[in-house]
Design a protein around this ligand. Structure first.
Ligand SMILES: [Zn+2]
Ligand SMILES: [Zn+2]
Length: 310
């Protein structure tokens, strides 16, 4: 089975259209994973609109989509009201939450109150419902989904998607640096290996693809400690220690031009080279890029599936 992973929004904080960002893109967070049977969307930043338009191009109708939101900061939900498939009565979307105290659904739909947006949530034509991830045992179509609490103001959730023997991990938004076991040493001597807490190594362990918040270059981060985002180079330590195969650095800072993102990624590659010979594949997440993964074993399917192939 093939799994396609598409980047629709890779910017953090606020959309940044313009010539300075045209290569990596200016849309905020949105990542799509799909198999023939299952459509998963991680975060609904402004890139979600691009995903929706692409779904129209693909003539997708009668779709069941599974929506995961890391948290409800604007850059992760602002595309939802502009996502064309929610206006099609043939479609169904599940918004995954965890436990009765999870306010994701209310906060997501609350942005469509008439003070903020001309169309009320109740006027959407598609079925949009909340669904508790634990209640379905993490089974979401072709994927088995696990979650992990991240370090971000107000909280955020990371997700791991397993399908057959393929593992894809999404960690955004997340400040790993202040959780390091050698936090101060890692700030004072940035060349030293950074000690990643075991729970993140377990969660990301052996991932075929890790997509993670690496908003800041090293120098920027020193001015932004405690803001809730990671130094991109710290992701290299996570990926190497967790034996990840491919690292996509995402949630680029709105101040970063394409050249700045290039420089940030070069610094990551230099770090990987010096720590472990550079075997890890590292790239800056870029709008419009699609990756394909092939599972070795056909997984048992559960939950909802699409009637029509994607
Ligand atoms: Zn964000
Ligand atoms: Zn955030």
């Amino acid at each position: 089975m093939d799994i396609f992973v598409s980047f629709w929004g890779t910017r953090g904080s606020i959309p940044t259209p313009g010539f300075r960002t045209s290569r990596f893109g200016g849309n905020t967070a949105c990542l799509e994973l799909h198999t023939n049977n299952t459509l998963v969307v991680c975060d609904g930043g402004s890139g979600m609109r691009e995903l929706g338009l692409d779904m129209l191009d693909r003539n997708l109708d009668a779709v069941t989509g599974h929506l995961f939101f890391s948290h409800t900061h604007w850059d992760h939900i602002q595309g939802f009201p502009f996502f064309p498939p929610v206006y099609d009565p043939r479609n169904t979307f599940y918004v995954y939450t965890s436990g009765p105290d999870d306010r994701t659904f209310e906060l997501l739909t609350g942005q469509m109150k008439s003070d903020y947006f001309p169309v009320e949530f109740s006027e959407l034509r598609a079925r949009v419902e909340r669904r508790d991830l634990d209640a379905v045992g993490g089974r979401v179509g072709d994927f088995q989904v696990d979650s992990l609490a991240l370090n971000h103001p107000g909280g955020a959730t990371g997700f791991r998607f397993r399908c057959g023997d393929v593992k894809i991990v999404y960690l955004s938004d997340h400040e790993l640096d202040t959780l390091l076991d050698n936090r101060q040493q890692a700030l004072d001597s940035p060349d030293l290996p950074r000690q990643i807490p075991q729970r993140f190594l377990d969660f990301a362990g052996g991932a075929d693809l890790l997509v993670a918040d690496g908003q800041y270059g090293d120098a920027e981060y020193l001015q932004r400690v405690g803001w809730g985002h990671s130094r991109a180079t710290t992701l290299v330590d996570l990926a190497l220690q967790a034996k990840v195969k491919q690292l996509a650095v995402t949630h680029h800072d709105p101040m970063q031009s394409d050249e700045d993102v290039d420089a940030k990624i070069r610094a990551c590659r230099r770090r990987a080279q010096s720590l472990e010979g550079g075997r890890l594949v590292i790239f800056g997440a870029r709008e419009g890029v699609q990756l394909r993964f092939e599972t070795g074993t056909f997984p048992r399917s559960g939950g909802d599936t699409l009637e029509r192939p994607l």
